[in-house]
Ligand binder design. Structure first.
Ligand code: ZN
Length: 186
């Protein structure tokens, strides 16, 4: 799977609701996990692989020190049609990156916790509270489904400082989108 870069219009579209929880969706999710692990990411939203639908995967890989398999399952989620019902706790600034904006890492302010509702791969509705790193990933990935990137949330001064690098990436992303454009089917 090709990861779309900032500058690709698919990253700026509001993604559509997932209606069918079929084998095709499961196959896409499997492929997305492989792609995410390949690039050492902790989250990947469907628009980032050219699919304008409301779902993402995440693996916060928390609780290091436990057995590896336990770690993997703990923070690993397939999140479909997510909603943030409530923001919890205080606002915290912490460094983020994004597979669609390579080599740029900046502090972003987000709520420490979120109460969320989403569907899993079988379509079952799940409601839970997430905190810390998991809450941060959830908020970052949900933004992707609205066409929002973490660099949009930076203070103006930081944005200005990054402008040159971002513009370079945007050009690259646009060109790649043109090459890949026909492959976007959803
Ligand atoms: Zn991202």
């Amino acid at each position: 799977m090709e990861v779309r870069l900032i500058g690709d219009p698919v990253l700026r579209k509001r993604a559509k609701k997932v209606e069918s929880f079929d084998e095709n969706l499961k196959d896409i999710v499997d492929e997305m996990f492989s792609t995410m692990y390949l690039y050492d990411g902790v989250g990947l939203a469907a628009p980032q692989v050219g699919i304008s639908l409301r779902f993402f995967i995440m693996d916060s890989r928390e609780n290091e020190g436990n057995s590896l398999t336990a770690n993997k399952e703990k923070g690993k989620k397939v999140v479909i049609n997510p909603e943030i019902i409530e923001f919890l706790g205080e606002e915290i600034s912490s460094e983020e990156g994004c597979l669609s904006i390579p080599d740029i890492f900046e502090d972003v302010v987000r709520a420490e916790g979120v109460k969320v509702r989403y569907q899993d791969l079988s379509g079952e509705v799940i409601e839970e509270e997430l905190h810390g790193y998991q809450a941060r990933i959830f908020q970052h990935e949900t933004d992707h489904l609205e066409g929002i990137l973490f660099t949009d949330k930076l203070p103006i001064v930081k944005k200005a400082r990054l402008k040159k690098d971002l513009n370079k990436l945007i050009e690259k992303g646009k060109n790649r989108a043109l090459e890949l454009g026909d492959k976007v089917k959803l």
